[in-house]
Design a protein around this ligand. Structure first.
Ligand SMILES: [Zn+2]
Ligand SMILES: [Zn+2]
Length: 345
C-alpha cells in the first residue's frame, strides 16, 4: 500500500509498505478522506508539538474516514463495506482517568499521527473495531473526516459550561473555531463574536451564524470586540488560533468572572497572558485536551443537518499531492479551511 511519511520538517515522502495485519479485536479500513489539521501542520513545519517530537519517519494525519475492508473473527456489529468515521485516539481503558471517562487525558493513549504512532495518510489502517463508527448514508467521507475537529468544538462548548443565553467570542475561525461556533449556536449562545484575519474565513463564520466578525488588522481587537457587544465583555471566550497575541486577547476580552477556554496549540511550547486582567477579573481559564465521548453525537449533528462541516473541506488532493495540501493549509491562502486528502484517488 502507499503511505506518506514525514521524515523531517517539510520532508514528506511516499513509500510502498505492506498492508497491516489485523489483531483479533480490529478491523482493516480502506482510508477514504483525511483532513489536514493544524496539529499536523505543527509536525510538518516544526517536527514537533511541544515534547512530542518526530524522531523517525512518521505517518501523520488523524482525521480519517473509510470503508471496512476486513473484519477479525472476534468483531461483531461491523461488516465489510461499512462506511465509518474513525476515532483517532486509542486510550488504555484501564488507568484511573480512562475508568472515569476522561479518556482524553489518558497518559498511555495512542493517537494517530502522534509520535511514535503512525497516522492515517495511507491506504489501509488496522484499528480496534470499537473505534470505527458507522456513518449514515447521507454523511459523506469528507464530512466524516471533519467529525474529529467538530468533536473538539462540541467538547470545548461542553467544557465551557455554557448554559445558553451567553455572549461568546471565538478567536480564530479555522475548522475548530467554526465547530465551536456551530456547537455554541446549538447550545443557545445569544451573541457570537468572531475574530479572524482571513477574509474568506470571516465570510464562512457569518454564514454559519456569527453575529459580528472582526478583522484584527483593522485596529484594536479588544476595543472592536467590546464595541460589537454594546461595550460589554463576552461571558465566554474560546481561543482557537494558537497565536501568542490571541492568548493575551482572550483574557483581555472576557468579562469579570468569565471563562476562557484555550483550544489552540502554540508553536512555542508556552502560553502567556497578562496577569492583571486575568487576576482582577477572577477569570476561570480552562485548557482543552482533544475531545471525549462526543463522536456519535457529532456524527448525528452532521447527519441531521444541524451543523455544516462540508463547508470546511474547501480543497481536496490525491495522496501523491499531500505536500501541496500541506503547503496550502500552512499558507492559509485561497480560502482554505481544511485541505482534505482523498487517499484512493
Ligand atoms: Zn485534528
Ligand atoms: Zn488510560
Amino acid at each position: 500500500m502507499r503511505v506518506i511519511r514525514l521524515h523531517a520538517p517539510f520532508d514528506l515522502r511516499m513509500h510502498e509498505e505492506p498492508v497491516p495485519q489485523v489483531k483479533p479485536d480490529e478491523v482493516l479500513i480502506r482510508v477514504k478522506s483525511v483532513g489536514v489539521c493544524a496539529s499536523d501542520l505543527h509536525y510538518y513545519k516544526e517536527g514537533r508539538i511541544g515534547t512530542n517530537v518526530v524522531e523517525k519517519p512518521l505517518i501523520i494525519g488523524h482525521e480519517p474516514s473509510g470503508v471496512i475492508e476486513e473484519v477479525s473473527a472476534e468483531v461483531v456489529g461491523l461488516r465489510k463495506g461499512d462506511r465509518v468515521a474513525i476515532e483517532p485516539a486509542k486510550p488504555c481503558r484501564e488507568c484511573k482517568f480512562c475508568r472515569q471517562g476522561y479518556t482524553n487525558v489518558c497518559k498511555s493513549v495512542e493517537f494517530f499521527g502522534t509520535p511514535p504512532i503512525d497516522g492515517a495518510l495511507r491506504e489501509f489502517v488496522a484499528w480496534p473495531a470499537r473505534l470505527a463508527i458507522p456513518i449514515p448514508e447521507n454523511v459523506s467521507f469528507d464530512e466524516a473526516a471533519m467529525v474529529e475537529p467538530l468533536s473538539v468544538g462540541v467538547y470545548a462548548v461542553k467544557v465551557s459550561d455554557m448554559k445558553g443565553g451567553e455572549t461568546i467570542a471565538i478567536l480564530g475561525a479555522g475548522a475548530i473555531g467554526l465547530s465551536v461556533l456551530q456547537a455554541a449556536k446549538l447550545k443557545g449562545a445569544d451573541k457570537i463574536i468572531v475574530t479572524e484575519p482571513v477574509a474568506e474565513r470571516r465570510q464562512v463564520a457569518l454564514k454559519l451564524g456569527a453575529h459580528t466578525v472582526i478583522d484584527p488588522s483593522q485596529g484594536n481587537v479588544i476595543e472592536q470586540a467590546l464595541a460589537a457587544n454594546g461595550g460589554n465583555e463576552p461571558d465566554i471566550v474560546f481561543e482557537c488560533a494558537g497565536e501568542p497575541e490571541t492568548f493575551a486577547q482572550a483574557v483581555e476580552i472576557a468579562r469579570p468572572l468569565g471563562t476562557v477556554v484555550i483550544v489552540g496549540i502554540p508553536s512555542a511550547d508556552e502560553y502567556s497572558f497578562p496577569a492583571s486582567p486575568s487576576r482582577r477579573k477572577g477569570l476561570t481559564i480552562k485548557l482543552l485536551r482533544r475531545s471525549r465521548g462526543v463522536t456519535e453525537e457529532s456524527i448525528e449533528m452532521v447527519s441531521r443537518g444541524l451543523v455544516n462541516v462540508a463547508s470546511f473541506a474547501t480543497h481536496t488532493f490525491p495522496l501523491e499531492k499531500t505536500r501541496e495540501a500541506f503547503e496550502l493549509a500552512a499558507a492559509k491562502t485561497d480560502g482554505v479551511i481544511r485541505a482534505v486528502i482523498h487517499v484512493d484517488e
